[in-house]
Each structure stands twice: as C-alpha cells, then as structure tokens.
Ligand binder design. Structure first.
Ligand code: ASP
Length: 344
C-alpha cells in the first residue's frame, strides 16, 4: 500500500501583480518580500503541504520576460526536481502563456507538475483573485492519485478555476479574472467544490531532459488587408531570420500579392523556414483547402495546424536551437507534436 507523506512543493516567485501590495504611504503597488508570504496568506499554513519558497532577487514585470529567464526557471526546476513533488511558478499574466509554452519544450519528459499562476489583482487587495489561484495551484502541484503518482505530469497554467495545458493557452483578457483560454484543448482540470481532473495529462516515460539553448532568429508577421510587403522585405533574409511565422486568415489563407510570393519563394529556396498559423483563436490551418492557401502547400510552407501563437514562437525557437543548423531536422520537429502542443 502507498504510504502517505506530506507533499513538498517549491513555489518560485518571478514577479508580476500577484506578489504586490499597496504601499500605504504612496498608494502605489510594490513587490512584497516573498519570504513573508504566510503573513499575506495565512491560509497556506493550513494546507497539508510542505512549502519552500524561492524568489527571483529582483522580481520582474512579465513584459521583461526572455529566453534567459526561461532558462533560469527551467534549470531551477531541473536541479530541484528530485527534492519536490511539484512546482508552482508565480508569474505576471501578460506573458505567462509564452513562458509556460517555453518551459514545456525546455523540460521534456516531466512526470511531476509545474504549475504557473498569477493574478489580475495584487494579493494585498481585498478582492484579489491571487489567493484562490495560489492556494489551488499549490493543491494541484501536490495532488497524487490513489497509487501515489502525480495527477499532473506536465507544465500547466492554473487561473480562475481552470487548469490548462501551458502550451495550449493564450491570455485573452486584460481585466477579467478569467484571463486565459485554451481554445483547442479542454482543461486538464476544473476546480469547484472538488478539483475534477477531467482532461488527459501527458504520460512521459523517457526521463526528464533539460534543453535551454533556444535560437531567437524568428520573425512573426500578422497579415492584414493592405499590408505593404516593401516594409517587411528586410525580414526575408536567411542570414538573420531563420524562420518566419505567418499569422494568416481563417484556415491558413493569404493574399496572392506578387511581391509577397516573390519574397516567400526566394526565402524558401535559400533554406528559410515558414510556419503558417491562423489568426483565429479556434480551429486550425488546412493548407490547400482554398486557392488562397494552395500556394503555401505547393511551395513548402509548413502548416502550424492548431498551434497558438505563443506555442508557435517558442516551439520554433526550440526547433532551431535543437536542430543546430540542420533545416530538415528543424522542419521535422515543427511538423510533429513534441509535448502535446499541437494536434497534427
Ligand atoms: N503587468 C503584469 C505582468 O504581467 C500583469 C500581471 O501580473 O498580471 O507582470
């Protein structure tokens, strides 16, 4: 029989609204000393979880996020992996979906939960959503099945009663407590009176691997009627831009603009990678369905299927880093599901 021990969770505070309180003197929001978290949320002491906290020395607004911070977070989880049952990462909500996607590629083969959360209102305000988000994220990070294995074995985002696969998530509201959506995959869990683990979590068996060498030579172009390709011309240079992500219309459609086609063909010929994702938040790219996307299909533009923009950007950085100049390998990576981010 499985012996129950108190689960251990590491809470990593990177910054963002959740860790802020109102300074009574100035009235402005300032980061509180995260070591004092019990003072602000005394309820934490009543959870049956052994908590350890680790704060970034200078908490950042998540607009400052970049691959070096992702590396720092991933290494922290990797180095402490055997000391804890689960991990909670407190992060500003603005770029949380990028960070959760990035960490899912950096930490493949997870068999423990890495749960991102944050809040729209600071923990020090009366109507804060931060307390519930933090307390439930910790509960999920500590949750085990009857036979003692972790309920969640991947990177996820918990926000306002829903747990989503991290690399399927986008921030959809700047003000609602329901700030996130996972448009193409149902939630991994929903919190009500009980936490219902209704979705399927990933079942990795190959062991945890850390890979943090992302290559940021990526451009993202969102199409709009009237886009002037002359302005974008310099991006189609394989010396600088190894991959271009095109956010196209509907099921992957684009105009038949002569200049655009010229730039694209020349770029593809020189070994550039082009990934086609849709601007729509639900549904997927189906190249060749309409005349306006068959040009892509014929000329080697890759379908991004139902990838979110956040997952497409971080997956491309991962694929370029992992393939180290081998274009065919990078394309192979982009055409398969690496860690549940896409339905191919
Ligand atoms: N600007 C903040 C950030 O992303 C907003 C938040 O924490 O939700 O860091």
């Amino acid at each position: 029989m499985h012996m129950k021990t108190t689960p251990k969770v590491l809470v990593i505070y990177t910054g963002g609204t959740i860790g802020m309180v109102n300074d009574p003197l100035t009235g402005s929001l300032t980061a509180f000393d995260f070591g004092d978290v019990y003072k602000h949320i005394p309820e934490l002491a009543r959870l049956n979880v052994e908590l350890t906290t680790h704060a970034f020395p200078h908490p950042i607004d998540s607009s400052e996020m970049n691959p070096l911070w992702w590396k720092e977070m991933a290494e922290l989880v990797y180095n402490k992996y055997h000391d804890f049952d689960g991990f909670v990462i407190l992060h500003g909500s603005d770029t949380m979906a990028f960070s959760a996607s990035a960490l899912s590629f950096m930490l493949q083969g997870l068999t423990k939960p890495v749960i991102f959360t944050g809040s729209q209102l600071p923990i020090g305000t009366i109507r804060t959503d931060g307390k519930e988000n933090l307390v439930t994220a910790i509960e999920i990070a500590a949750a085990k099945t009857e036979n003692g294995s972790p309920r969640i074995r991947e990177v996820a985002i918990y926000f306002e009663y829903s747990l989503y696969r991290g690399n399927r998530t986008s921030k959809v509201s700047a003000s609602s407590f329901e700030a996130f959506r996972s448009p193409n995959l149902r939630p991994l869990a929903v919190a009500g009176v009980h936490i219902d683990y209704t979705g399927e979590t990933i079942n990795a068996s190959s062991g945890l691997e850390l890979f943090t060498d992302f290559d940021t030579s990526v451009a993202l172009i969102k199409l709009f009627p009237g886009l002037n390709w002359n302005i974008y011309e310099s991006l189609f240079d394989t010396e600088k831009t190894k991959a271009i992500i095109l956010e196209t219309y509907g099921s992957g459609n684009a105009p038949s603009d002569k200049k655009f086609h010229e730039l694209l063909l020349n770029y593809l010929e020189k070994g550039g990678i082009v990934l086609n994702i849709t601007q729509c938040s639900t549904g997927r790219v189906e190249q060749g369905k309409y005349e306006t996307s068959s040009f892509f299909e014929k000329n080697g533009v890759l379908s991004g299927f139902d990838l979110t923009t956040e997952a497409a950007v971080t997956k491309t950085m991962y694929a370029l880093g992992k393939s180290a100049g081998n274009v065919e390998l990078a394309k192979d990576i982009l055409q398969k599901s690496v860690c549940g981010e896409v339905t191919v």
